[in-house]
Each structure stands twice: as structure tokens, then as C-alpha cells.
Design a protein around this ligand. Structure first.
Ligand code: GDP
Length: 442
């Protein structure tokens, strides 16, 4: 799968950061040097890498660390945000005209990039969305290209317009649009001819098609396996023909993935879809944020970081740590903390989002049930009792047990445990020490 080795390398870099309470400028520098190497090895273009690293560095050094994040997480967060930005931030949809007009999409790309396959995949997608597409066979050069389009068209249930191999691609394109009008099709895909390399005659033909019919969208198909070449090809096509969006194929293969990271920044054109296999259903919309978290190999740790940012206010965290230090933490605070965890989807979901932690989930489910019982017990107490459980007499404990649907022994156990941990907190005043402060850069 694409990005595997990049993800491995980045995870190693971050593993070293994660444990640290406070990062020095040197820590950040070393980490970013490794990130830089990893990106270059993944075939991301040098210029893009340089720009990327300097953006991350600028943001990482001297930035205040959110109380809810460790400095290591903070660096991951910044790297993630910059990756998303690099890939264009937003998901770009192919702009279509209203249903009662014909949208013409010209598909271009080098031979073997996956253009014909991708054209059929895309037509199938839009058909499923309620459009009425038509595939036009404008590749009259590659042996069997027309047949391939017909076979694929049939598989996705989209008709193919062809005039054989003895007509010019320009004429075929014009006739296809006329045919679409007659047949009530509102989306025409022109499957144009590619060459093995960028070549003048091919470019000229594409320019002529664009002059002859009104092309609404020009979509370039590039092969992710070709790495930097894919980016160069995209640049040439964009300069000569004008490209509205790019589809990156074969991202399921053993590609290093660099093309996905460079194309947007080098060409200024968005990646629209990615090809994830040879089957006609293997085409996925491109989400920069999801791709970034895949590249970082962080499971959903990033959404966890985001949640932490939203849900846990800094103030609350400070208040809580002070209470812990002074051993003033009581059942009311405990309830508060439980609510925070719940807001984040419960312990199970938190562990699920952390890479490598999902195996633990079996055990946590059990814990979560007992957490529910603990919560029921605490909720059955009055506010005063929560603040000072020593005022609980046997009859109150009975009532609480009944209210929570548990045995009174369990109430006793919870209260006792709580008193014990409070004692423990009092014995460890120095160890509950303050958390990090200051910037990442020291
Ligand atoms: P064209 O010359 O650009 O029209 O390329 P084709 O559509 O004929 O595709 C060339 C080869 O790449 C075919 O064997 C396709 O099945 C394969 N292919 C296309 N897209 C993908 C993809 O996303 N993943 C994989 N693994 N193979 C693909």
C-alpha cells in the first residue's frame, strides 16, 4: 500500500517525541530533519519538502503548547495540518452544469496511466449519482482502446459512442456531443489518446479538441507509481492544455506516494480522486485530511487531538491538576472527569483511536461497565456527600446502593478506595508537579 514506508518512518520520528514532557529547539530540529529525509525518500519534490519543513519549523518553535496536548502531540498536529494544506485542504468536487445542460469532461494523460479505466470508473460514479453519462472513444491509436472502453462501459452500464478508428478525434468529440444531445445524455466523457511520453502531436490534438467542442472540465490522469515523473507530467499538461483537476491512479500499489504530496503544490491543481485498484469500483474521492492521517499512520490519533482541544478547556485542566496536588480532588471532580471522557466518546473510543491500542479494548469494555456503576453510585450521593464521603452513614449507604442498583458492599469499596487514593495524593505532594509550560522551542 502506498505511503507504508513513509508512514513507518514518520511514526518512528514521532515515537521519539511523544514521550517528552518538554521539547527543546534541538529536539524539534532533529525530528524535522528526519521528517525531511522521509519525505524525500517518499519521492516528494525537493522544493515542496523544503517549503514544508520551513512552515512546520516556523510554527513549531516558540508556539505555546496547549495544556491538553504534549509537545510531541503538538508537533504531530502541526505536521498534520501542514500536510493537509499541502494537499489542498478541501475536497474538490468536479463542477458539473445543471442536469438539463451537457457537461463535457475531457480526460487526458499518458498511455498506461489508467485513463480509460478511470474514465469508466468516473462515469459509473456519476451514473450512480443520477447523471446520464456518455463515454466517447476518441483514442483511435492504441490498439483495442475502443474495445476496452466498450467493455468497461458495459460493466458500469454507461453507453459508449464510437466512430471506429478511421475518423479524427476532433470529429469524434464533436459528434459525441451531438449524440449526447439527441440521446438526452448530460455528461460526456472524452477518452482521448495518450502517448508513452509527452509529445507535440498529442498536445496539439488535445488543443484541437478543446477548440472544437466546449470542454467544461479537463481532467488529467496520472500514475502515482511514477513518482516525480507524475508531477512533471502534470506540470507539462497544465502548461500546455490547462488542467482543472487531477486523478492519481494506482495508489493501491507499492508507490512511495510522493506524487500525492507534490502535485497540488507544483501545479496548483487539486487532486479530485484516487485510483485504488483495477476494479471499476476502486475509485475514491480525495480527502486531504484523511490522506494526511494515513500518511502519518496515526490511526485517528489526530481526531483525538482535535477532540481534546475542543473538549478539555485549559482552565479546567489547570484547576484539576491543582486540586490533585493539594489532594482536594473529590467525587464531584471525579464526575467532572468522567464527563470529559464521555464527551470524547468513552475510554473505549479513545483507545480505539490510538494506534496499537485497539487490542486493549476488550479489557476496557469491562472497565467501562464498572465505570458506569461507579458513576451511578456517585450520582446517587448528594453534593455534600460527594465532597466529603466520610459523612456517609450506613443508612445513607444503603439508600445509595439501592439508587445505583448495586450491593452496599460496592458502595463501601468505592468510598474506601477513594479515601485511600486521597491519602496517597497527600503523601506525594511533589510528584503531582506542574505540567509543561512555554514553547516547544524552549
Ligand atoms: P490508459 O492507457 O491510460 O488508458 O490506461 P488503462 O486504463 O488501460 O490502464 C492501464 C493499466 O493500469 C490497466 O491494467 C489498469 O487495470 C491499471 N489501472 C488503472 N487504474 C488503476 C489503479 O488505480 N490501481 C491499479 N492497481 N491498477 C490500475
Amino acid at each position: 500500500m502506498a505511503f507504508e514506508s513513509l508512514a513507518d518512518k514518520l511514526q518512528n520520528v514521532f515515537k521519539n517525541l511523544r514521550g517528552k514532557g518538554r521539547l527543546t529547539e534541538a529536539d524539534v530540529k532533529t525530528a524535522l530533519k528526519e521528517v525531511k529525509m522521509a519525505l524525500l525518500e517518499a519521492d516528494v519534490s525537493f522544493k515542496v519538502v523544503k517549503q514544508f519543513i520551513s512552515s512546520v519549523q516556523e510554527r513549531a518553535v516558540g508556539q505555546d503548547v496547549l495544556t491538553s496536548l504534549t509537545p510531541g502531540q503538538m508537533v504531530i498536529k502541526i505536521v498534520n495540518e501542514e500536510l493537509v494544506k499541502l494537499m489542498g485542504s478541501e475536497t474538490t468536487e468536479i463542477a458539473l452544469k445543471p442536469q438539463n445542460e451537457i457537461t463535457v469532461i475531457m480526460m487526458i494523460g499518458l498511455q498506461g496511466a489508467g485513463k480509460t479505466t478511470t474514465t469508466a470508473k468516473l462515469a459509473g460514479k456519476f451514473k450512480a449519482k443520477g447523471r446520464n453519462p456518455l463515454l466517447a472513444a476518441c483514442d483511435i491509436y492504441r490498439p483495442a482502446a475502443i474495445k476496452q472502453l466498450q467493455v468497461n462501459g458495459e460493466k458500469v452500464g454507461v453507453p459508449v459512442f464510437s466512430m471506429g478508428e478511421n475518423n479524427s478525434p476532433v470529429n469524434i468529440a464533436k459528434a459525441a456531443v451531438e449524440h449526447a444531445k439527441k440521446e438526452g445524455c448530460n455528461l460526456v466523457f472524452l477518452d482521448t489518446a495518450g502517448r508513452l511520453q509527452i509529445d507535440e502531436a498529442m498536445m496539439e490534438e488535445l488543443v484541437q479538441i478543446k477548440e472544437a467542442v466546449h470542454v467544461d472540465q479537463t481532467i488529467l490522469v496520472v500514475d502515482a507509481m511514477t513518482g516525480q515523473d507524475a508531477v512533471n507530467v502534470a506540470g507539462s499538461f497544465n502548461d500546455k492544455i490547462g488542467v482543472d483537476g487531477v486523478i492519481l491512479t494506482k495508489l493501491d500499489g507499492d508507490t512511495r506516494g510522493g506524487a500525492a504530496l507534490s502535485i497540488r503544490s507544483v501545479t496548483g491543481r487539486p487532486i479530485l480522486y484516487v485510483g485504488m485498484g483495477e476494479k471499476l469500483s476502486d475509485l475514491e474521492q480525495f480527502y486531504p485530511d484523511r490522506m494526511a492521517s494515513r500518511i502519518l499512520g496515526m490511526g485517528d490519533i489526530l481526531s483525538l487531538i482535535e477532540k481534546a482541544e475542543f473538549e478539555v478547556s485549559e482552565e479546567k485542566a489547570k484547576e484539576m491538576s491543582q486540586k490533585l496536588r493539594k489532594a482536594e480532588f473529590d467525587f464531584n471532580d471525579f464526575l467532572d472527569q468522567m464527563n470529559q471522557i464521555k464527551k470524547m466518546g468513552g475510554m473505549g473510543s479513545i483507545l480505539n483511536m490510538m494506534p496499537g491500542m485497539s487490542q486493549l479494548k476488550g479489557n476496557v469494555d469491562i472497565d467501562e461497565k464498572s465505570m458506569d456503576r461507579v458513576e451511578a453510585i456517585i450520582l446517587s450521593m448528594t453534593k455534600e456527600e460527594r465532597a466529603n464521603p466520610s459523612i456517609l452513614n450506613p443508612s445513607r449507604k444503603q439508600r445509595i446502593a439501592r439508587g445505583a442498583g448495586v450491593e452496599v458492599a460496592e458502595v463501601n469499596r468505592i468510598v474506601k478506595q477513594f479515601e485511600q487514593s486521597k491519602k496517597l495524593m497527600k503523601q506525594l505532594p511533589g510528584m503531582m508537579g506542574g505540567r509543561r509550560k512555554g514553547g516547544l522551542g524552549g
